[in-house]
Ligand binder design. Structure first.
Ligand SMILES: Cc1ncc(COP(=O)(O)O)c(C=O)c1O
Length: 389
C-alpha cells in the first residue's frame, strides 16, 4: 500500500471537539466546546418550521441563496459601515471554519508564512498545514494578552503572506483596541500583507470594548477578508452557516475554493436564518446584555471559589489557572479528562491553544443557562475533594 498523506502527522484531531465526546461519555456539564444550551431566537425557529413544508430543499446557488446574501450584506454592511455588494463581495460557507480554509487556500501558495497570535483557536494551525503554509506565532502576553509591537514587526519582516486574527479573540478574550488594529493595519500596508479576520464573536463584547472591523480601517478593505458566521450570534452552531466578505478581486478566488469544496450550504437553513439577519438592531444589544449577565454570573462565581481566571473583554471564554488542582507531572489533557469524569465539568486543556509550553491552564465557556452555570459552579467548588487533592 502506498504512503498516505504526510500532513496528517502534523496535526491531531481537535482537542476541543474531543472534549465534547469525553463530556458526553461521562455525563459532564460541557463547558469545553463553545455552544449554548439555550434556544435560538423564536423568529428563526418559527421560520424553520414553515420552511420544512415550503422548501427550498434543492441545491441553492453555490455562492449562497441570493435572498440570504442580500440580507447578510445589509446586516454586515450596517455594522462594518460600508455598502457590501451581495453579488461580488459575499460567499456563504459551512461556518466560519470553511470560510477560513477557502480564504487561506485562495490567498497563499505552499511555503507561505502566516502570522498567528498565540494563544490561538486550534483550527488555524491545521488549516495552515492543509495549505502547506507555515504559521509564525507572535505571543499575546498574559495576563493582559497584549502583543509586543517589536515582536510583531519582526514577524512581518519574515515576509508573511497574511496575518490571521481572531477578534474578539478566542481563547484570550481580547478585543483588540483601535490603536492595536491601526498598528497592525499599518504593518499590513507597509509589508504588503493580507489580513484574514476570524470574527464569529463580533457581537460578544463587554463594557467599553467595542468590536472594530479591520476592513473598516483606512486602506484595509482591499487587503482584508472577514470570515464569520451565524453560529454564535444567533445560537445556531449546529446549522453551520458562515460566510466570507472581501473585495471582488479576493472574493473571486475564494469562491472557486468554496465551489469545489462544499458546493453550497443547506438551502432550508439559509432560508430560515434570514429571519435572524432581519431582526431589529436592538437584538444585538439584548444579546450582549444576556452575555454580560452570563459572564458576571460565571466569572463572579469562579472568583468566589478562588480559581484565578481571565475576565474577558469579549467572546464567552475564560482561561483558568488550575495548577493547584493538578497532580505532580500530570498533563493538562489528562487533567481535563479526570476533571470531566470526577468533577463533572468538561474544559479544554490550554496546551491546545498555546504555541508556548503551557500546562496549567484550561479554557471554559459560559454560554449556558443560569441553572447550568450554577450547577457547574457548585461542582467546581468541590473540585479539591472530587480530585482527591
Ligand atoms: C475563533 C473561532 N473561529 C471559528 C469557529 C468556528 O465557527 P463556525 O461555527 O462558524 O464554523 C469557532 C468556534 O468555536 C471559533 O471559536
Amino acid at each position: 500500500m502506498q504512503e498516505l498523506s504526510r500532513k496528517n502527522a502534523l496535526f491531531t484531531d481537535s482537542v476541543i471537539r474531543r472534549m465534547t465526546r469525553v463530556s458526553i461519555a461521562c455525563g459532564a456539564i460541557n463547558l469545553s466546546q463553545g455552544f449554548p444550551d439555550f434556544d435560538p431566537p423564536m423568529e428563526i425557529m418559527d421560520r424553520l418550521a414553515e420552511v420544512a413544508h415550503r422548501g427550498p430543499h434543492q441545491y441553492p446557488i453555490t455562492m449562497g441563496a441570493p435572498n440570504f446574501r442580500r440580507a447578510l450584506a445589509k446586516k454586515c454592511g450596517h455594522f462594518m459601515g460600508r455598502t457590501i455588494d451581495p453579488e461580488t463581495e459575499v460567499v456563504v460557507t459551512v461556518g466560519s471554519t470553511e470560510a477560513m480554509v477557502d480564504t487561506i487556500f485562495a490567498l497563499t501558495n505552499p511555503g507561505d508564512k502566516i502570522v498567528v497570535f498565540s494563544p490561538y483557536f486550534e483550527n488555524y494551525k491545521a488549516q495552515a498545514i492543509f495549505a502547506s503554509c507555515e504559521p509564525v506565532f507572535v505571543p499575546l502576553i498574559p495576563p493582559a494578552f497584549r502583543f509586543d509591537p517589536e515582536v510583531l514587526e519582526d514577524a512581518f519582516r519574515q515576509h508573511p503572506k497574511a496575518i490571521l486574527i481572531c477578534n474578539p479573540s478566542n481563547p484570550s478574550g481580547r478585543v483588540f483596541t483601535m490603536d492595536e488594529l491601526l498598528l497592525i493595519a499599518d504593518l499590513c500596508q507597509r509589508y504588503d500583507v493580507y489580513a484574514i479576520m476570524d470574527e464569529p464573536y463580533e457581537h460578544i463584547y463587554y463594557g467599553e470594548n467595542r468590536h472594530i472591523y479591520m476592513n473598516s480601517l483606512p486602506g484595509m478593505w482591499e487587503r482584508t477578508v472577514s470570515c464569520s458566521s451565524l453560529s454564535k450570534t444567533y445560537s445556531i452552531t449546529g446549522w453551520r452557516l458562515g460566510y466570507a466578505i472581501a473585495p471582488k478581486v479576493l472574493m473571486d478566488r475564494i469562491k472557486q475554493y468554496h465551489d469545489f469544496n462544499t458546493v453550497a450550504v443547506a438551502a432550508p437553513l439559509m432560508e430560515a436564518a434570514i429571519a435572524g439577519l432581519e431582526l431589529p438592531y436592538s437584538y444585538y444589544e439584548d444579546f450582549r446584555a444576556h452575555y454580560t449577565h452570563m459572564k458576571e454570573l460565571f466569572v463572579g462565581g469562579m472568583q468566589q471559589i478562588g480559581i484565578p481566571l481571565t475576565d474577558p473583554e469579549g467572546t464567552y471564554f475564560v482561561l483558568a489557572d488550575v495548577s493547584p488542582y493538578m497532580k505532580k507531572g500530570q498533563s493538562d489533557v489528562d487533567f481535563c479528562v479526570e476533571m470531566a469524569e470526577k468533577v463533572g465539568v468538561a474544559a479544554v486543556p490550554g496546551s491546545s491553544f498555546f504555541n508556548e509550553d503551557i500546562n496549567h491552564i484550561v479554557r471554559l465557556h459560559f454560554a449556558k443557562r443560569d441553572e447550568t452555570l450554577s450547577e457547574a459552579l457548585d461542582r467546581l467548588s468541590h473540585m479539591r475533594e472530587k480530585l482527591g487533592i
